[in-house]
Design a protein around this ligand. Sequence first.
Ligand SMILES: [Zn+2]
Length: 273
Amino acid sequence: MMDSFIRVGSLVIMIGLVWALYAGIVGEETASSPTPEAPTEETPPEETPPEETPGEQADEDLAEPDFAFRPTGELQAGSGTGQTDGTVWAPAMRFPLESAPAYLNSQVYGVGGSQGPSGNGQCDTRNYAYPWRDNFCETRSHNTLMCPAAVGHQGQDIRPATCKKAVHWAVAAEDGRITNIGTYTVFLTADSGRLFRYLHLDMGRLNVIVGQEVKRGDRIGLVSNDFGSTVTTIHLHFEIKEAIDTGEGQVFTFVSPYTSLVEAYERLRAGNP
Ligand SMILES: [Zn+2]
């Protein structure tokens, strides 16, 4: 009788020991879990802007895995408030670069930009990948009536196929006439009444002169980094100005090129520019 009491007693002690061991392990895991979160508190968020996930949207769009774009007005985090309206202001325009691929994204907040991660500079492969990113209304001090802040980036930045200047042609978006050429800007006044402005072409090797008539798709100049007395990144800054009825009369102002560019690019890729 006494013997079996001892056996039961031993069993209780053994179960107790196993339980204590298990609780100890679980307790250790629980106690150690907050540790991995600690380092983020030491890094100010502005020094580590959220990195793009190339192809993230492409994976969702199985029908067209190699072209993807983020929604209109979805600017890079921390770069201002976009224009989400989505109106296609120039519904029949030609994509302003002669050939695909091209990459729409921020020159300032993207990799290698003054407000972006340094990476491998402007030629970083992340800048030459889908999905596209709208940057109309990105933080600037320029008056831009259509932006939520009434100031902002007045056009869309477009990188050509490769990070090489003076090899990729910019072309006329619509039929019209070259009405002005500044130190780094070419003005195309279209027969539709719209004004298209092309910035940062190789200004020493333009294919047009002031007063010249151009047809949709005609070569205007080579995408470069000219910026007057200084240089910018290799890209085309592309603008559309349009007569808008504000309800208090018409104003001729900058409108978002993004949705028109998406549609024009889809036509270009389909072989029907
Ligand atoms: Zn720009």
